[in-house]
Design a protein around this ligand. Structure first.
Ligand SMILES: [Zn+2]
Ligand SMILES: [Zn+2]
Length: 272
């Protein structure tokens, strides 16, 4: 990161935050980015000099080293003004004021490998800021940020999604079409499926950029209450509901009956 004896040896590193869609992160993408940076001045080709002429450094009088008083010690060190060369620019370039570099926006094409995730960094050597004359530029670190997806959430190499199903489908069983990032898949929901049940589709997740292992797609089915019922639907549901009266309710509602048992135990404790 520059610094050290003789002034900075290279330009500063840059960090660039790159936002990607989930699909881009999963499958990889080529992105064109515009990075505000310091680049080599074209006018003076990075020398900082208007005519190539040098002058003797005023600070060290051409010695390249200066004596500094440090407590009782006198320490010799590299001249901070000329960086040890003993020479300075006689006529600074007007475009960069002798800096040898100018502010600009650089357009870069970045190849994002498949499988990257939030926080992953891609290093582009030498694409950071230009350094002072005679030094190498720093590096550019492109940091990946993945936007939220409307269907899938990523956890490691697995993808998660929620699949709403109708009450009838859950009770009778159904074949469901499931979206995946690579196209359509299907899951068989068996009869008597409860809301919240997870279905795992192996290998339909994300292929890790590091391990090469491919994760799974985990679908959570959620039973949805029907809304805006037609008159026929309402009548049928009323008939259906009526069948439970007097019947063995527990036989049809395992969760509800165990819940009722718990409530009853609770009341017994409270009232005894
Ligand atoms: Zn210049
Ligand atoms: Zn000097």
């Amino acid at each position: 990161m520059g610094g050290g004896r003789g002034g900075p040896r290279r330009g500063s590193d840059l960090r660039y935050m790159l936002e990607l869609d989930l699909e881009e992160a999963v499958f990889g993408v080529e992105k064109s980015i515009e990075v505000p940076t310091l680049i080599e001045c074209e006018t003076c080709t990075g020398t900082g000099s208007a005519d190539g002429k040098t002058a003797t450094c005023n600070t060290c009088r051409g010695h390249g080293r200066v004596r500094m008083q440090n407590g009782i010690f006198s320490v010799q060190q590299t001249c901070p003004h000329c960086g040890g060369s003993g020479k300075t620019i006689a006529n600074p370039c007007r475009d960069c004021r002798g800096e040898g570099r100018v502010h600009d926006e650089r357009t870069l094409s970045v190849r994002i490998p498949a499988g990257v995730d939030n926080g992953d960094r891609i290093r582009l050597t030498g694409q950071g800021e230009a350094g002072p004359p005679g030094t190498v530029p720093g590096d550019l670190y492109v940091e990946v940020r993945v936007r939220e997806h409307e269907v899938f959430q990523r956890e490691g190499d697995d993808l998660h999604c929620e699949v709403p199903i109708r009450y009838g489908q859950a009770a009778l069983g159904a074949e469901l079409k499931i979206p995946t990032l690579g196209g359509e898949a299907s899951i068989t929901v068996p009869a008597e499926t409860q809301s919240g049940k997870l279905f795992r589709l192996r290998g339909k997740g994300v292929k890790s950029v590091r391990s090469g292992r491919t994760g799974d797609l985990i679908c959570r089915v959620v039973v949805e209450t029907p809304v805006r019922l037609t008159r026929t639907q309402r009548e049928l549901l009323e008939q259906f509901e009526a069948t439970f009266e007097g019947a063995d309710a527990a036989a049809h509602s395992p969760r509800n009956s165990s819940w009722l048992d718990n409530v009853k135990q609770f009341w017994d404790r409270v009232t005894s």
